[in-house]
Ligand binder design. Structure first.
Ligand code: DIG
Ligand code: MN
Ligand code: MN
Length: 400
């Protein structure tokens, strides 16, 4: 039964071939689902209401496939994408499955491996360009170590930079207007992964030859695993204009990378994330794809995979409606306005915003009364209770 929360192309929901193609295998169990072809996955995503499909090179073209076979596979995939009215906004390269990358790709101690990784990334980028991708994600799943006796981490970071610089210069030389989105993860599959969080990546980007080409692709699970705030990671990326892509899923703190259906854990965190991405309440919004980098429970059959995909998109749209209702709630707006002190007579905010060499001198001349300020409560208990009541559906009137 269609309703107001069915996905639309305007939502820009995307899934990777590896997400809905996940067969349910894990380190302790064999796959439980049949392999679906890329063409079958495209058809299923279109039917579920997705806008686009993403891929690693080897999700589509087997490693080492001859050129003619590669071209046949790509042509067939392009036809299926076009026939089903989807697009391919993002492409990425698998630099983590083949044993050659067992000690890393861009950070492997063997320079031949690093060179091979750059070659493979170039072929992956060419595939992405052929499919119309505008964003190239780099997830360095093997860039790390189990024992730091293996190499000096400073060398690893330098080698990472050398490879990224080689690729950015090459892409610019090809005249392609692509953006690189670097995805952080703290561990798994490596004991520790270099550049472990989005914050690490944001600094690393500024050390590259072409930082303007590079941004980040934060993933919910990857910041949540170590107990960090995913919202604050996304906020920092958005605030400096570097949120080039985003991987949406769900995760429990302290567990292995679960890649669960979006919103299925920490619903409050998912709400705040959707509120920020959608820019409800008049704040700047994110204008890129909403990519679900997740997969169905191992308990599921193929029908369950499409339940999973629909659930990701539906929960996102429901939370977006609840975020709009929350930001329109008069009592919410009144509490936030009272704490913004927009009309305070000293005009501290404008002095701070103006900045400059004399800001501190101007601030030091102000007569601020800390005791009077300290005596005032902020009503965050009531504010958060309002949020909870919006989420629980007893406030805000959001209905299908
Ligand atoms: C892991 O979360 C990684 C891989 O799934 C892929 O390389 C990237 C793009 O979403 N995320
Ligand atoms: Mn993940
Ligand atoms: Mn991811």
């Amino acid at each position: 039964m269609p309703d107001a929360f069915d996905p639309t192309p305007a939502d820009r929901f995307t899934f990777g071939l590896w997400t809905v193609g996940n067969r349910g295998g894990d380190p302790f169990g064999l796959p439980v689902r049949p392999a679906l072809t890329p063409v079958q996955l495209v058809a299923g995503l279109a039917q579920a209401g997705a806008w686009g499909v993403n891929l690693h090179d080897n999700d589509l073209v087997p490693f080492g496939a001859p050129a003619a076979e590669r071209d046949r596979i790509v042509a067939e995939f392009r036809r299926a994408v076009a026939d089903h009215g989807l697009c391919v906004p993002m492409a990425t390269t698998n630099l983590f499955s083949h044993p050659v990358f067992r000690d890393g790709a861009f950070t492997a101690s063997d320079p031949r491996v690093r060179a091979f990784a750059v070659q493979k990334a170039m072929r992956g980028i060419e595939l992405g360009v052929e499919l119309g991708a505008e964003t190239v994600v780099f997830w360095g799943g093997r860039e790390g170590a189990e024992t730091d006796a293996c190499r000096d981490p400073r060398d690893a970071i330098r080698w990472y930079r050398e490879c990224m610089n080689a690729l950015t210069h090459w892409v610019r030389g090809q005249g392609w207007n692509l953006r690189f989105a670097l995805e952080a993860k703290p561990n798994e599959p490596r004991g520790d992964i270099y550049l472990a969080t989005t914050g690490h990546m944001l600094h690393f980007i500024e050390t590259l030859d072409h930082p303007e080409m590079c941004g980040v692709n934060p993933e919910v699970a990857h910041e949540t695993m170590p107990g960090l705030s995913f919202l604050h990671a996304v906020a920092q990326a958005m605030e400096c204009g570097k949120l080039f892509h985003v991987d949406l899923n769900a995760q429990r703190i302290g567990k292995f990378d679960q890649d669960l259906r979006f919103g299925s854990e920490d619903l409050k965190g998912a709400f705040f994330l959707v509120r920020m991405l959608e820019g409800t309440g008049g704040r700047p919004a994110y204008d890129g794809p909403r990519h679900f980098d997740a997969h169905a429970y191992r308990t599921e059959d193929v029908d369950g995979v499409w339940d999973f995909a629909r659930g990701c998109m539906r929960t996102y749209r429901i939370l977006a409606a609840k975020a709009r209702a929350f930001d329109a709630d008069p009592e919410v707006r009144a509490i936030l306005a009272a704490n913004a002190h927009a009309d305070e007579p000293l005009d501290c905010a404008s002095i701070l915003r103006a900045g400059g060499a004399n800001a501190a001198a101007r601030l030091s001349a102000l007569s601020v009364d800390p005791e009077a300020i300290a005596a005032r409560g902020l009503r965050y208990e009531r504010l958060d209770q309002l949020l909870i009541e919006h989420l629980m559906g007893v406030r805000g009137g959001v209905h299908a």
